[in-house]
Design a protein around this ligand. Structure first.
Ligand code: MIG
Length: 754
């Protein structure tokens, strides 16, 4: 006999033993849990930012039918079968989605794939944009150096996907941290299977109907990205191989002398003393504090790498302290687990425990006292090698799955916490920096992570190669990260492994300049790829695209703010704004930066032309001002100097002056680049550096553009918020011709353009 009960937020169905729970966390957000033996496991809150009880109760009704219970909110109906634990969703027009094709069993559910249904997200993946036909594993792994489209698992595990059909988008978050698998019509066409190795069948369904609304739900559930410091949006220069203080001073000189904008240098593992984390090598970096203050004076910030492995060395304070406080992970046998990583014999902190995170975060004082502004967390899948480096390192593995982890009242094994190791390490790092840096906003970069990692860190995509194929793989990879709720992402520009050519680097920076995280990084055993190594032509292309990025900063910074507020990705596949256009379904080689700027990069050597798809509406060529009416395919001319770039009609793109680094000059003049048409844009500003914005020191200016066919009117609304931007001139520039300069005015104005 099936019985059911309801409370304020959920409906529970008892199938004479097995139990199903459907929580209503809003009109469009649901959580489904299944307990085959009728007992729900105590809730672990490691991944979600908000527990069920923290959502305002949403009203719903239950309609009892002979075969099913119909749980209805205003927007969605959940149909729950009475004969067996099986359910499905429908929108207000009765269109079904996310429907079980058979009863749930254990930790597995199988869903119908609709004939025109497409799948995106799934966190970090190789291959192209859409994922039908793939088997995707959620298990954080260092896949070593040859990322191919056959990889089933990578550094980040983010069990979040977005489903799209014309007029209908919904998302699923599989709330299970064990190794899990999405089989998207691979084992059986037309069936999506979601299963895990342990824990419970527990997933959330977010109904759109637009992709943007799904991302909003994930922001509520999985948490918001904090607003990064503005300098983190600048260009970062890195190389595994910058070995001593002089290398960085030389780099600083080169960047400034060559007028290549840059804000950040990354210090890879060579700055440490014998790969001991939280130390400096005294010979090669005799005075890190004065080195970094020199760099700061020239407008560069320092970011240092930290690995999770702590060298097992009784003369090393971090090791002694960790042992004394029992902070390191122990095996099933009760002994501290050892593994080989960079410092050879190493032990690993248990970041799942709050006291361990607090300790680790505090250790970063060694870095912040030297002037370090941000921390880069590497190897936190975590990686453990078979053999010491002195014997070649061997294969890549991880901690024993039965190793013990977690706080005393939630103790479990590595098998359940493996996927969270990187996320918890990044969290320790962010929270520590938050305490150590006073009012300065921290920057954390992590290689591994889980759903929700955006709350603490930016992510880069690990060890790609200097291959055209990896340049091509970057956009779909980053777009799918954005659709999984992680907006602050980038790949190593120029490629990490193998040797870049000048042409590859030029093409890479063109699109790299639009990546939320913009860092040139390479491995010590590869050809160098600083912007100048390939000669004048490539260097000036590099410079031109960095200038573009720095000019776009007011736009970019507003997109970061929007991402923090609404969960919207910064870099967007075209389907994000044109979900009903079938041309966008597989379009992996074009991208939108925010709502208005469409880039169609060149991804192959020797190419000087490419087809560009422009969706409905009018588009203006960034370079020539030429107007195109979409939807249309156009042939773009793209010599090495040029990446095809288009502005959507009605766009208002705020641009700043050219800069050598983000804090070089105030935003004056502010150029509003407008593309004839109707639209609006709200510009966000604050000091770019501190948490004063949390205390009301921010401002918004809303610009609206009206177009009658021959007259273009731009209106600025009175400024909202307490932050007063520096006094400045506003230059309004019309794509395709015409420019007007006028004083900025907090009261707003109306300008009629030629
Ligand atoms: O085993 O720190 O992905 O960015 O330069 C290699 C050295 C360890 C892997 C990272 C890469 C970094 C490198 N690290």
């Amino acid at each position: 006999m099936t019985t059911y009960t309801t409370d304020l937020r959920s409906l529970q169905v008892d199938y004479a033993g097995p139990r199903l729970s459907v929580a209503v966390l809003g009109e469009r957000l649901f959580r489904v849990r299944f307990a085959p033996d009728g007992r729900f496991a105590p809730r672990r809150s490691w991944a979600v930012a908000r527990a069920d009880g923290e959502f305002a109760p949403a009203s719903f009704t239950v309609d009892e039918q002979a075969e099913a219970l119909l749980l209805k909110t205003g927007a969605v109906t959940v149909r729950i079968e009475r004969r067996a634990p099986q359910l499905g969703f429908a929108d207000a027009s009765g269109r079904n989605f996310c429907v079980d094709r058979e009863p749930m069993a254990g930790r597995c559910v199988r869903k119908h794939i609709a004939p025109d249904e497409r799948f995106y997200g799934f966190g970090q993946r190789m291959g192209l944009l859409e994922k039908t036909g793939q088997r995707l594993v959620n298990w954080t792994t260092d896949p070593a150096r040859a990322h191919g489209s056959d990889l089933e698992q990578m550094y980040l595990a983010i069990p979040v996907y977005l489903s799209l059909q014309p007029g209908l988008a919904y998302g699923v978050f599989f709330n299970n941290t064990w190794r899990s698998v999405f089989d998207v019509g691979c084992a059986q066409p037309g069936v999506l299977q979601m299963s895990a190795d342990g824990g419970e069948l527990d997933y959330y369904v977010a109904y759109g109907p637009s992709p943007a609304e799904v991302l909003q739900r994930w922001r509520e559930l999985l948490g918001a990205m904090p607003l990064p410091p503005r300098w983190a949006l600048g260009h970062h220069q890195s190389r595994w191989g910058y070995r001593c203080a002089e290398d960085f001073l030389h780099l600083a000189e080169q960047f400034r002398a060559r007028r290549l904008p840059c804000d950040v240098f990354h210090f890879d593992i060579d700055y440490m003393r014998g790969y001991r984390v939280f130390t400096w090598d005294g010979e090669r970096f005799p005075d890190p504090k004065s080195l970094i203050s020199n760099l700061n004076a020239a407008g560069f910030r320092a970011v240092t790498i930290i690995d999770p492995g702590v060298k097992a060395d009784p003369d090393y304070a971090v090791y002694r302290e960790g042992l004394a406080h029992d902070y390191f992970i122990r095996g099933a046998d009760g002994e501290v687990v050892h593994g080989y990583v960079w410092p050879d014999d190493a032990v690993f902190a248990d970041f799942a425990r709050p006291e361990v995170r607090a300790w680790w975060g505090g250790l970063q004082r060694v870095l912040t006292e030297a002037g370090v502004s941000g921390v880069w967390n590497d190897m936190n899948e975590p990686v453990v090698f078979d053999k010491p480096f002195s014997e070649g390192g061997g294969g890549v593995g991880t901690l024993p799955l039965d190793a013990v982890q977690g706080p005393a009242d939630e103790r479990t094994t590595h098998a359940e916490l493996h996927n969270l190791f990187g996320l918890q390490m990044a969290r320790a790092s962010y929270e520590g920096l938050r305490r150590l840096l006073g009012d300065e906003r921290p920057f954390v970069l992590t290689r591994s992570g889980f759903a929700g990692v955006q709350r603490w860190s930016a992510c880069w995509m690990g060890d790609n190669n200097s291959w055209w194929e990896h340049l091509e793989a970057a956009l779909p990879q980053l777009c799918n990260m954005g659709l999984s709720g992680v907006p602050f992402v980038g790949v190593d520009i120029g490629g990490f492994g193998h040797n870049a050519s000048g042409e590859l680097l030029a093409r890479w920076i063109q699109v790299g300049a639009l990546m939320p995280f913009c860092r040139n990084h390479s491995a010590w055993d590869t050809a160098r790829q600083e912007p100048w190594v390939f000669g004048e032509r490539v260097e000036s292309i590099y410079r031109e695209y960095l200038n573009l990025r720095y000019r776009l900063l007011p736009y970019l910074y507003t997109l970061f703010w929007e991402a923090a507020q609404t969960g919207a990705p910064i870099l967007r596949p075209l389907l994000y704004h044109f979900p009903d256009d079938p041309q966008t379904v597989h379009l992996h080689d074009e991208v939108l930066l925010g709502p208005s700027l469409l880039a169609a990069p060149i991804l192959r050597p020797g190419q000087t032309h490419r087809a560009v798809y422009l969706p409905a509406g009018e588009w203006y060529d960034w370079h020539t001002g030429e107007r195109f009416a979409g939807p249309a395919h156009v042939l773009a001319y793209a010599p090495l100097e040029r990446m095809p770039l288009y502005v959507r009609a009605g766009a208002i793109i705020p641009l700043g002056p050219e800069l050598q680094h983000t804090a070089e000059k105030p935003l004056n003049p502010l150029t509003l680049l407008v593309a004839p048409g109707e639209g609006d844009f709200t510009l966000y500003e604050d000091d770019g550096r501190t948490f004063a914005y949390e205390r009301g020191e921010w401002c918004l200016t809303r610009y609206t553009l009206r177009y009658t066919g021959n007259e273009l009117t731009l209106r600025a609304s009175p400024r909202e918020g307490r932050y007063a931007p520096p006094s400045r001139t506003v230059v309004v520039r019309v794509l395709g011709g015409g420019e007007i300069a006028r004083p900025d005015d907090a009261e707003g104005w109306v300008v009629t353009l030629p």
